[in-house]
Design a protein around this ligand. Structure first.
Ligand SMILES: [Zn+2]
Ligand SMILES: [Zn+2]
Length: 334
């Protein structure tokens, strides 16, 4: 098959949702175009604005860091050590190797040694799933560390597949608060910095292809703690639909963003104040992160599921129904 763009070279990758097949050079151009389009269309950040890129050592976040540097942005990496045995160590090494190779700056924080919150241990001591403790900690640290280093925007490597799976999970349970906050950009507000997802137009397999073509060495294994997470099931279901009907994921997500997301946006004023412990914005006396730290420091005790339908966190990426995999498929209320 020939490349549908240049019509000269042999195609190396088919992108069925675009009815296209690309040669190496044209694929890289397509990839950059999609990222540039996302940044411009949603006014994610300006040319001269330093961006903090959350990196995990996986293909998505390293591809994001690479493409931003390649497009000429001032992109600094930010890695959080999650304290997951056998996984955190090699993933940090991938980030450090990438930073060294590209001459880019990398900021490293460690949940275990700096906050006493290694994810494996935290999940064991609390009733939370690892994904929920991890999501909470990441959202907190993205905001805090970005502010400490003078960044006004954090970029994450969520791709089309991630976003479609999160949307699917939230629609299945009609998590309206989360739906209102699922967007490629969350504007800066009340002590929360701007959060952006420049890869939301690109699929997961395109990330792998990009990394291979660009010679990016990433950690291939999925996080061992995410085994059995609902997000993986949702991805699987969407992949089955996509195989039969290419473009399903994209039209599901893009259609939502265009036609439905604004309907779920909540404009209710919430009173925020600085956390009594750390100073980060919160609605309570202590922020969720400091409460988690306190809980982990406490002697073990059972904890209830804690009440009402979850509100979308103000601090960025909705904690997807997909990550909170403690939730059973059939809701206990029904
Ligand atoms: Zn071509
Ligand atoms: Zn706090």
């Amino acid at each position: 098959m020939r490349c549908t763009k240049c019509r000269g070279q042999e195609a190396c990758l088919e992108v069925r949702r675009h009815n296209a097949a690309f040669c190496e050079a044209c694929f890289l151009e397509f990839f950059r175009d999609q990222v540039a389009r996302a940044i411009e269309r949603h006014k994610m950040f300006r040319r001269d604005e330093p961006v903090l890129v959350a990196v995990s050592g996986g293909k998505d976040s390293l591809a994001l860091w690479d493409v931003l540097l390649d497009l000429g942005y001032d992109a600094t990496g930010f890695y959080i050590g999650l304290g997951i045995p056998g996984y955190s160590e090699p993933s940090r090494e991938k980030c450090e190797a990438f930073a060294a190779q590209r001459g880019a700056r990398l900021i490293v924080t460690d949940l275990e040694s700096e906050y006493g919150l290694g994810i494996a241990a935290t999940a064991q001591r609390t009733m939370r799933t690892p994904c929920s403790a991890c999501g909470l900690s990441k959202r907190y640290l993205f905001n805090k560390v970005a502010q400490e280093h003078g960044f006004r925007v954090v970029a994450t490597g969520h791709n089309l597949d991630d976003e479609a799976a999160t949307l699917f999970g939230n629609v299945l349970r009609w998590q309206t608060g989360y739906l209102g906050r699922q967007a490629p950009v969350l504007a800066e507000e009340d002590g929360f910095i701007r959060k952006v997802k420049p890869l939301y137009r690109l699929a997961e397999r395109e990330m792998a292809a990009y990394c291979v073509l660009r010679g990016i060495d990433y950690i291939v294994d999925e996080c061992p703690m995410s085994k059995g997470a609902k997000s993986l099931l949702f991805k699987d279901v969407l992949n089955q639909l996509e195989a039969v009907s290419p473009g399903t994921k994209q039209s599901f997500l893009f259609g939502f963003l265009e036609k439905a997301q604004p309907l779920f946006e909540e404009h209710e004023e919430v009173e925020l104040r600085p956390c009594g412990q750390c100073g980060q914005p919160t609605t309570a006396e202590l922020c969720a992160f400091c409460r988690l730290r306190a809980e982990v420091a406490q002697p073990k005790r059972r904890r209830g599921r804690g009440g009402k339908a979850a509100r979308a966190p103000r601090d960025g990426t909705p904690e997807p129904a997909t990550a909170a995999s403690a939730l059973p498929l059939v809701s206990p209320e029904s």
